[in-house]
Write a protein that binds this ligand. Structure first.
Ligand code: PGA
Length: 252
């Protein structure tokens, strides 16, 4: 019922030329029919060129890696949802743990950014996840559901329906340490249960919840086979067309 989504987060990697080449290579390798929707998130400077390279193809969509919550103004260094849409994006990653840890993003800015994306018809991919200390202290669910609650604050059911949530344990990002499928499933189920209680069972049943954190071609199938795991947000393994497409294929 839920169509899987596999999104590649290219982070701060690749020139315009390299980004275009990677996008073309992904398109070339991608089977004509995939069960999963596919997105890639290049650096801002490459988005427009990658959009051009993807041409008429709708098989690979584009996402921004972040955005600001105002449309325009005296906000040096920021980019707005409207401009990301103008450049060809249909989605934006919001509240990635690197943004939260390195660039001071808070639950409040994440909420405002998600709202700004929704108001421009962009899909926010809202990232939540606990640190290793929080997991070891047994507070994983409290942390993740707290971040989720903050992001959902003030959104009506039709807005929540358009969100994507990405559960990314901070200790699994870029470390080669992946959550065990059962551990990921437990958090994903808790996320869905919270949306069911807060919004409605129907919205929760349709909500896509991605797993992220050292997803590779060889662990993707087991993670995405979990009942409440609806795809993957992929960092390192999305920088190579073969490994990224293998993860897309692992979605079924
Ligand atoms: P990783 O990154 O796959 O390199 O762990 C995932 C992410 O940060 O979204």
């Amino acid at each position: 019922m839920r169509r899987p989504l596999v999104a590649g987060n290219w982070k701060l990697h690749k020139t315009i030329g390299e980004s275009v080449a990677l996008a073309r290579a992904i398109l070339h390798r991608l089977p004509r029919e995939t069960r999963a929707d596919v997105l890639v998130a290049p650096v801002f400077t490459a988005i427009h060129a990658v959009h051009g390279a993807l041409g008429e193809s709708t098989r690979v969509g584009l996402a921004g890696q972040s955005c600001y919550f105002h449309d325009e103004g005296a906000y040096t260094g920021e980019v707005s949802p409207a401009l990301l849409k103008d450049a060809g994006c249909e989605a934006v990653i919001v509240g990635h743990s690197e943004r939260r840890q390195l660039f001071g993003e808070t639950d409040e800015t994440v909420r405002r950014k998600a709202g700004a994306c929704l108001s421009h018809g962009l899909t926010p991919i809202v990232c939540v996840g606990e640190t290793l200390e929080q997991r070891e202290a047994g507070t994983t669910e409290a942390v993740v559901l707290g971040q989720l609650d903050a992001a959902l604050e003030g959104l009506d059911a039709s807005s929540v329906r358009r969100l994507v949530i990405a559960y990314e344990p901070v200790w699994a990002i870029g470390t080669g340490r992946t959550a065990q499928p059962a551990d990921a499933q437990a958090v994903h189920a808790a996320i869905r249960a919270r949306v069911s209680a807060r919004v409605s069972p129907d919205v929760a049943a349709g909500l896509r919840v991605l797993y992220g954190g050292s997803v590779k071609a060889d662990n993707a199938a087991a993670l995405m086979a979990c009942a409440d795991v609806d795809g993957a947000l992929v960092g390192g393994a999305s920088l190579d067309a073969a490994s990224f497409v293998a993860i897309v294929e692992a979605a079924g």
